[in-house]
Ligand binder design. Structure first.
Ligand SMILES: Nc1nc2c(ncn2[C@@H]2O[C@H](COP(=O)(O)OP(=O)(O)OP(=O)(O)O)[C@@H](O)[C@H]2O)c(=O)[nH]1
Ligand SMILES: [Mg+2]
Length: 160
């Protein structure tokens, strides 16, 4: 896919293009790096605004359950919500994609919600290197409330 395809897809609020853009940003291939920097810079120039909410806590405390309820309230108020869920896995195991989607089942079925799990890949602090860029992409795709669920944290992680 060319850069312009990503840009046009995001403008049209196309969810599958948003997914592909996130995959591009998360790619560690050198050939993708240049394209992803250009895409992010383009999106940043548009200066979309959103409300960004970070949800953090120990593993299993109820973060996803809380977001499932809060997300539906936000949608019912007429917003579009994107949930970036950081899980403790690596790319190899594919993490808890199913886990997060089943715990936010109602929300994941809504056309006004976008849920995307990302692997933390051992990055400490509860979020990943890419989280800020993923927020920028979600904003460009028309989501005006972005919720970030951190990986389960201990006592000293507060980056989110
Ligand atoms: N009793 C009770 N159980 C809850 C509550 N909130 C969540 N749970 C249960 O606790 C378990 C874990 O909830 P999750 O929402 O997946 O917790 P989480 O913090 O997202 O977990 P991780 O993402 O794995 O760190 C599930 O079985 C929920 O049904 C609550 O308020 N009360
Ligand atoms: Mg969770």
């Amino acid at each position: 896919m060319n850069l312009i395809d990503y840009i046009k897809g995001l403008q049209k609020n196309d969810r599958s293009i948003l997914s592909k853009s996130i995959t591009l940003i998360e790619s560690s291939l050198t050939k993708d790096k240049e394209k992803s920097v250009k895409l992010i810079n383009h999106c940043l120039k548009q200066k979309h605004k959103s409300l960004r909410i970070g949800i953090t806590g120990t593993p299993g405390v109820g973060k996803s359950t809380f977001i499932e309820a809060l997300g539906q309230k936000i949608i019912n108020d007429g917003n579009k919500v994107a949930v970036l869920a950081i899980d403790p896995s690596s790319h190899i195991s594919n993490g808890s994609i199913l886990g997060d989607k089943t715990r936010m089942q109602q929300l994941s079925n809504s056309t006004n919600a976008f849920i995307r799990p990302s692997p933390s890949e051992g990055h400490l602090g509860g979020v990943t290197y890419n989280t800020k860029d993923l927020i920028t992409l979600c904003e460009a795709a028309g989501y005006n409330v972005i919720i970030i669920e951190t990986v389960g944290v201990g006592q000293s992680e507060f980056l989110v």
